[in-house]
Design a protein around this ligand. Sequence first.
Ligand code: PEP
Ligand code: MG
Length: 868
Amino acid sequence: MTKWVYLFSEGSKEQKGLLGGKGANLAEMTKLGLPVPTGFTVTTEACLDYLSHQNQLTDEMKEQVTQAVETLSEKTGKRFGDLDQPLLVSVRSGSKFSMPGMMDTVLNLGLNDQTVAAIAKNSQDERFAYDCYRRLLQMFGDVVMGIDNQKFESRITALKKLHQLNYDNELTAEHWKTIVSEYKEIYRQAIQREFPQNPIEQLHLAIEAVFGSWNNARAKTYRRLHDISDDLGTAVNIQEMVFGNFGDSSGTGVVFSRNPSTGEPGLFGEYLINAQGEDVVAGVRTPKPIQVLAEELPEQFQQLQSILENLEKHYRDMQDVEFTIENGKLFILQTRNGKRTSKAALTILLDFFREGIITEEELIERIEAKDLEASLHPSFDETVISNRVPFLSGLAASPGAAVGAAYFTAEAATEAKARGEKVILVREETSPEDIEGIAVSEAVVTARGGMTSHAAVVARGMGICSVVGCEALTMEEDGGVVGKETIKEGTILSVDGTLGNVYFGEIPLEELTNTVALDELQSIWDQHAKFQVRANAETPKDIETAMALGATGIGLARTEHMFFERTRLLQFRRLILADTLDERLEVLKDLKDVQKQDFKSIYQAAGGKATTIRLLDPPLHEFLPKNNDECREVAKALNKSFNEVKRKSDNLAEVNPMLGFRGLRLGVAYPEIYRMQGEAIVEAASEVIKERGYEIQPEIMIPFTIDAQEFAKVRCSIETAIQDFLAVSNQKITYQIGTMIEIPRACLVADEIAKYADFFSFGTNDLTQMVLGLSRDDSPRIINQYGEAGIFEDDPFQVLDEHGVGAMMKIAIEKGRQTKPNLKIGICGEAAAHPKSLVFLNTLPINYISCSPFRIPQAKMTLAQYGV
Ligand code: PEP
Ligand code: MG
């Protein structure tokens, strides 16, 4: 016989697949002796069986449920339908993965026309009893029977209006009795049957509804968006009711063991006195911060605090707990690993490590790439924001900054997104139906709801910036109104989810800065990584970013990038179109001063860390005048005729520039250009050494080498110039002149090249291009076709081609080190930092990789994860 039902005392946290996350944790907490109301779980297997048998609960399942209810009665002394001690239960769904708001809850199940009277008598509170009953009717009608909730809500609104009351808690017992009979009538009319008075019948229907809800549209959408399998099913948890709406020493709340937005230690959450579970998340009454509970019910607060501390240690993770206090007695209704922002995720893991809750290895392993990525979220330009007044403020529910056009429904948001717009979803509050609208939005703004409201939880989980509970915002049919201002459909808004502010118009977004304690992580990662991670960067700004993101140096500063700016470009054109050496030397004299300044700024920004500057590698073709106007401009600047410049340019044009006159070939043809750069590099280093005291050892890198003699010849000419400078200025500077290895021949003759080169750096962009014979610029279509045909698993320009390019690299490393056993070897092509490439690169005896600044943290983390 299959076991379809588990008492809480029979399960454990390891059984999430069978009992669902909620059920497994309720069982675990029961095992730990925490104050959990007794109950049982009907398994996910039962759900799958139900769904595959025409939505029928089998007799065997019903029998096991009856048995479990019997046990519940024995433990609680209460029975279904008992007129003295009636048993009331909650029914909640709970699948393996948390799906907030996707599935539904029924409270107070077991109440009927008779037992409501017993509850009134026992509690000596008739109002309470009928409020409970009407909640059951409403939830059962809505969730189990699918009656439009608005039909129920409108009755309460009408009654309050009739009696000129503002809040539900002002309604009396008589009012609730009226509501109860109206609700029963709504039920009768909608279902054509009476509301079931038999508790076990109520229970069967509720279990069926939860099972059925696994396949509702909202649940399916959520699963699709979160990559959750449709084959898991949901469990159902049936638990003795406890009441938070028993008066002023009762209450209910949701609390995190740490702040889910920032990760700061200390309880974070909210509660309502004299309220039942759903009131907190529904955002109807504004809850109080959990710290206020320390004053209102200090004993219970302390108990809660200590339970959360213990749970956190037990689960080794931040917990999100639902609790209820019934007449002064604390109950824990649920615990789960809390959803958190990416920033909070990193902060919490670091704190756990510092507090000894997790080991260094766990710290490294548990950081997720997406959190690291998102911790580098954009923010608004501070100077701009300090001069702007937000027109709307609310709770900072999910950090980040975003700009977009306002839309008021999920559908409108989705359509606008499909038109290519950036969208801000603005709503009274959100519900699970809005999930697709939220997913396509840059930010979510709501008028109501707290930090645990649907909008807040979902946006935070998805890493979407969000501001909730903007009390000044009133939603009307065609837009939002804030005082005299209106937000119309399409109004551009800037939303700051970190501060909780909303602004009219577009505020420029700032490049990402790192706010988390990345420094501490960096030093931990560095201890476990097999090699270093440098940056590919040449502007001072990019280098500073790279340094802030943990670069151990600069692996590739491309000097041709310094000539894209207009006046520089003209100078460069003068250089390549000059007819004589004298003419070239004249241009080079000016350029040397400019380049020296460039290199000084690089050394200053790098703060003394190792820096490799690569000599010019322009496919010359790219720098030639593109049309007659440009030829005229150059002619004027060079004091030459238009025809002369045009002829020269046509002469230098190439059919295949990537395999043409570039890199070291330029150095062979015009050694004075590389000589100028070599001098500028060493002179710049010498000045920065004097000014800043850095220990700079210039690393000069020559690109596109194919041959040892080719390299040796040019090296010699650069070195002579450097030596002359050092002799004249009477200085000693240690420098290195190395080469890129980016052409297959260079790999094959690496032993010879290594005789003259002080270091190697693989340029896997060109090497991939040449090993695969695939143009790095023109081949995306071919790569896509090969991907679709299953020939390529990945784009070889993104993920290093281990078997081809990788094999070639191995040859070069082996040969290079045959000549120089300690030869320094790096990799500076784009593919190096990809986590998949790192699996292979981690097996090579290299010294560093070099990549674009924002890829550094993840590359370092990945290396550390492979290292532990
Ligand atoms: C390379 O070829 O991999 C490289 C880093 O150089 P570039 O991309 O500038 O050709
Ligand atoms: Mg290259």
